[in-house]
Design a protein around this ligand. Structure first.
Ligand code: SR1
Ligand code: MG
Length: 410
């Protein structure tokens, strides 16, 4: 029988069923366990274990030594510790918005957590054109709480520095430094480019010196601004959702970085859903209705986040310095500036880089697909170049509508 207490190995489905029986204090002795690998992410192995007698179930997530998407990425399994600890911290800071973690195992580099099979991955739900009217409320609370309450605005500075140390995450950060901030901006062999997009990308992205200069600035902001303990990969594939419930998971990229990184990722991924809807819903009334809902959601996410961030600041700012007149508005302005830049980077890197998103790759007709990619890249440029003026929900939506107008119909 496999020994789970001595040395790490990558578990098969049957190993995981045995592991759940012998190592988790979760199932009865009489349980009949079945196990299935259900992960479709780029990095890890995710197993669902079900007791066919009682119906009880659990998720076990194991980190491998290399990424699933490519052996190029050798990754410390410490990411599983970071993920388990951050989920527990997020549960304290934003109760109800994360799955419950039952255990973390530093030998097998795996954690056991709540099975959210009654929810759906948000990206897939948006591709099915479902609406979630409470999402903006939920995610803005999650982001305002987790980002402000882990910052120097609220935390005692030495305690905050302890967290900076504990969540140093060099290998996962390197992935974002390369895939988000570097590779989309030159003809990198790892980039995946849709046939028909080559000349658009060369002319509009790789040859634009002003844009390249701004990406150097935003990359160094990401490298050096230890502002908040960020989720670090807050796209719609890191969210489980159902009517009335939003659960954020997968915080293995967490580290102390710019708060706007999380907000910008949410905005960009809602724009991918919008581009998908524009390109795939044939009925014009349904299309315009769903697209309007997504734009309104983007607007609400930005505006509600700003409102909640300022309110929480008033309630929780720690010292007199943070209460000087005008400082909180100045600080929020820098977070929104970074939100804009990151929205631009996320849009670029999912169209040009190694890790595309299904919202776009699922568009199988050529013309709408090229339209979606060009529109996203056009908006992305503005988000990066004009980030100093983009501050409100309305500003974000106007960038999307202007890009749509500029590219025209497909
Ligand atoms: C090598 S990992 C590629 C991407 O998948 C993750 O979800 C992150 O977004 C990362 O950039
Ligand atoms: Mg992930």
């Amino acid at each position: 029988m496999a020994n789970f207490t001595k040395e790490y190995f990558r578990m098969s489905e049957s190993d995981v069923a045995l592991y759940a029986h012998s190592r988790l204090n979760f199932f009865d002795g009489s349980a009949q366990l079945s196990c299935c690998e259900i992960g479709d992410g780029n990095l890890n192995y995710v197993f669902r274990v079900v007791d066919t007698v009682s119906g009880k179930s659990v998720i076990i997530k194991q980190a491998g030594p290399v990424a699933r998407i490519s052996d190029d990425f050798k990754l410390s399994p410490d990411r599983n510790r970071i993920e388990s600890e951050i989920l527990r911290l997020h549960q304290k800071l934003a109760p109800g918005f994360v799955p419950e973690v039952y255990s973390y195992d530093p030998i097998m580099n795996c954690c056991a957590m709540e099975d959210l099979s009654d929810h759906q991955m948000m990206r897939l739900a948006l591709i099915e054109h479902k609406k979630f009217p409470q999402f903006a409320e939920h995610i803005s609370t999650f982001m305002a709480n987790t980002l402000l309450l882990t910052s120097d605005v609220v935390m005692e500075h030495k305690e905050k520095k302890d967290l900076v140390k504990n969540y140093i995450n060099p290998e996962l950060c390197e992935i974002s430094e390369d895939l988000v901030y570097t590779e989309p901006f030159y003809d990198c062999p790892r980039n995946i480019i849709t046939p028909g997009m080559e000349s658009f990308i060369k002319e509009n992205i790789w040859s634009d010196q002003a844009l390249l200069l701004e990406t150097a600035k935003t990359k160094h902001e990401f490298l050096t601004n230890a502002q908040s303990l960020i989720h670090g990969d807050l796209h719609t594939g890191s969210i489980f959702i159902k009517e009335g419930s939003t659960k954020v998971f997968d915080p293995e990229f967490a580290f102390y970085g710019p708060a706007g990184y999380d907000v910008g990722n949410i905005v960009a991924n809602l724009i991918f859903a919008w581009a998908n809807a524009k390109a795939t819903i044939l009925d014009s009334t349904k299309r315009e209705d769903y697209c309007a809902y997504l734009l309104e959601t983007i607007q609400d996410v930005v505006n509600l986040f700003s409102k909640k961030f300022l309110k929480l600041w008033e309630e929780q700012a720690r010292t007199r310095v943070e209460r000087y007149l005008g400082f909180k508005e100045y600080y929020l302005g820098t977070v929104l500036r970074d939100t804009s830049a990151v929205a631009g980077h996320e849009l670029m890197r999912r169209i040009i880089g190694l890790a595309p998103v299904k919202d776009i790759t699922i568009i199988d007709e050529e013309k709408p697909r090229l339209w979606a990619e060009r529109t996203c890249l056009t908006a992305a440029k503005v988000f990066i170049l004009e980030r100093e003026r983009i501050r409100t929900g309305d500003d974000f939506v106007k960038v999307v509508l202007a890009a749509e107008k500029q590219i025209g119909d497909y």
